[in-house]
Design a protein around this ligand. Structure first.
Ligand SMILES: [Zn+2]
Length: 132
């Protein structure tokens, strides 16, 4: 049975490939941004694990410290509203691994973020870009 994130993952087992995901933040996240969005705030991320496993890692503490604690992870812990698999990533997942292409995951992530920026101009979309 697939998950809401990937056609090939199972609820308790990753398909072993790479995954993209899109998270919608709660409206209160806007206090962290100078430029406010009329519609809302999204975050595009990627992982070599299943999206479920990566997400629960955001809530793991090791020796009293968060395992992940980047600016974006802090925002996810504070303002997570829901996943938005209909924003293309379910269709895209899973990405297959090309072992000697280290930049591929970030490129795919940036490409998805740019597509969403084009499609949803009134939303603010956090994540990498391919545009300079
Ligand atoms: Zn998968």
């Amino acid at each position: 049975m697939p998950t809401i994130h990937c056609k090939e993952c199972e609820p308790d087992k990753s398909c072993g490939n790479l995954h993209l995901y899109v998270i919608e933040f709660k409206k209160e996240v806007e206090k962290e941004f100078k430029r406010k969005s009329k519609k809302g705030y999204l975050y595009v991320g990627s992982t070599g694990k299943s999206v479920e496993d990566r997400f629960s890692d955001n809530y793991i503490k090791k020796d009293g410290k968060w395992k992940y604690n980047s600016k974006n992870v802090k925002r996810i812990r504070k303002y997570f509203k829901k996943f938005r698999p209909e924003l293309l990533y379910y269709e895209i997942n899973p990405l297959t691994y090309k072992k000697n292409d280290k930049g591929q995951l970030e490129r795919r992530e940036a490409k998805l973020a740019d597509r969403l920026r084009k499609r949803m101009p009134n939303w603010r979309i956090e994540g990498p870009t391919r545009k300079k």
